[in-house]
Ligand binder design. Structure first.
Ligand SMILES: CC(C)(COP(=O)(O)OP(=O)(O)OC[C@H]1O[C@@H](n2cnc3c(N)ncnc32)[C@H](O)[C@@H]1OP(=O)(O)O)[C@@H](O)C(=O)NCCC(=O)NCCS
Length: 235
C-alpha cells in the first residue's frame, strides 16, 4: 500500500497479503490535532462535538484523520475527499465502485485499522488490563463449549483467553455489521489448536470465515476476521 506519510501510523505484519493492517497512536500535539481536524467532513465534526469528554473527542478526531490518510493513500485521493458513508447498522464503508473494505477498532490511545480486498473485514482490539468480569460475561457471550474450554485453562490465563474470544466475536460482528445484534452466545470459536470459527448460525458458518490474531504491541490483543462470502463492501 502506498505511504501514508504520518509518523503516528505504522504497518503491522499482515497474515493475508491482500489486507494491510495499521497501528495508530491517537495522542497528538495541538498542531497535529488542528491538521487532523481540517481533514474531517461536516458529519464527522458534528459527531466529534457530541463527545462529552475532550480526550474522547480528540481521539475520535485524530483516529478519523489517520483513517482518512490511510484510505486516501489506498485510493489515490486526498484524505478529505474519501467518501466514507455509514452502511448497515452504521458500519462505515467507502462509497465508490471497487473500493477496498476497511474496519477500525480503538482502545485507549491506540487504534487498529484493516484495509483490503477480497473479503469483508472486522477488527477488534482490547487492552489486556481491561477490567471485565470474565465469568459473568462468559455466561452471556460464550457458547457452552467455549465456557467449558475457558474453565479448563488455569485461572491465571482465563481473563486473557476470555478477551481473545471476545475480540474474535466482536471482529466477526463488525465484518457483518451486526455489532451488538450478533448472536454472540451461539457462535463457537476454537482458539487452539486451530484459531477458527467452529459453529454458528448463518452467516456465521465456519467455511465463510477466517480468524487471525494480529501482532499488536504487548499490552493489547487484536483479532482480524475475514468474511469471505460477503458481497464486497455492500451497504
Ligand atoms: C460498534 C460496535 C460494533 C463495536 O464497538 P466497540 O467494540 O465499542 O468499538 P470498536 O472500537 O471496536 O469499534 C468502533 C468502530 O467500529 C466501526 N463501526 C461502527 N459501527 C459498526 C458496525 N455496525 N459494524 C462494523 N463496524 C462498525 C466504526 O468505525 C467505529 O469507530 P468510530 O466510532 O470512530 O467511527 C458496537 O456494536 C458494540 O458496541 N459492540 C459491543 C458488543 C459486545 O458487547 N460484544 C461482546 C462480545 S463477547
Amino acid at each position: 500500500m502506498p505511504g501514508h506519510g504520518n509518523h503516528r501510523v505504522r504497518a503491522l505484519p499482515s497474515p493475508v497479503p491482500a489486507i494491510a493492517l495499521w497501528w495508530c497512536a491517537l495522542d497528538a500535539s495541538a498542531g497535529e490535532r488542528a491538521e487532523d481536524a481540517a481533514l474531517l467532513a461536516d458529519a464527522e465534526h458534528a459527531r466529534a462535538a457530541r463527545f462529552g469528554r475532550p480526550e474522547l473527542r480528540d481521539r475520535y478526531v485524530t483516529g478519523r484523520a489517520l483513517l482518512r490518510r490511510l484510505l486516501g493513500a489506498a485510493l489515490g485521493c486526498p484524505p478529505a475527499a474519501v467518501p466514507i458513508v455509514r452502511g448497515t447498522r452504521g458500519r462505515p464503508r467507502i462509497d465508490a465502485p471497487g473500493a477496498p473494505d476497511f474496519n477500525v477498532t480503538h482502545t485507549r490511545e491506540r487504534s487498529l485499522v484493516a484495509i483490503g480486498l477480497g473479503a469483508r473485514l472486522g477488527v477488534d482490539l482490547e487492552h489486556r488490563e481491561r477490567p471485565a468480569d470474565s465469568t459473568r460475561l462468559a455466561r452471556k457471550f460464550l457458547s457452552s463449549d467455549e465456557q467449558r474450554a475457558l474453565h479448563a485453562y488455569a485461572p491465571a490465563l482465563r481473563h486473557e483467553r476470555f478477551l481473545r474470544w471476545w475480540t474474535c466475536k466482536e471482529a466477526m460482528s463488525k465484518a457483518t455489521g451486526d455489532g451488538l445484534a450478533a448472536p454472540f452466545g451461539a457462535l463457537t470459536v476454537e482458539l487452539e489448536p486451530r484459531f477458527a470459527l467452529r459453529d454458528g448460525p448463518a452467516p456465521y458458518v465456519p467455511d465463510a470465515w477466517q480468524l487471525w490474531p494480529v501482532a499488536v504491541p504487548d499490552d493489547y490483543l487484536g483479532t482480524l476476521a475475514l468474511w469471505l462470502d460477503a458481497t464486497p463492501p455492500a451497504a
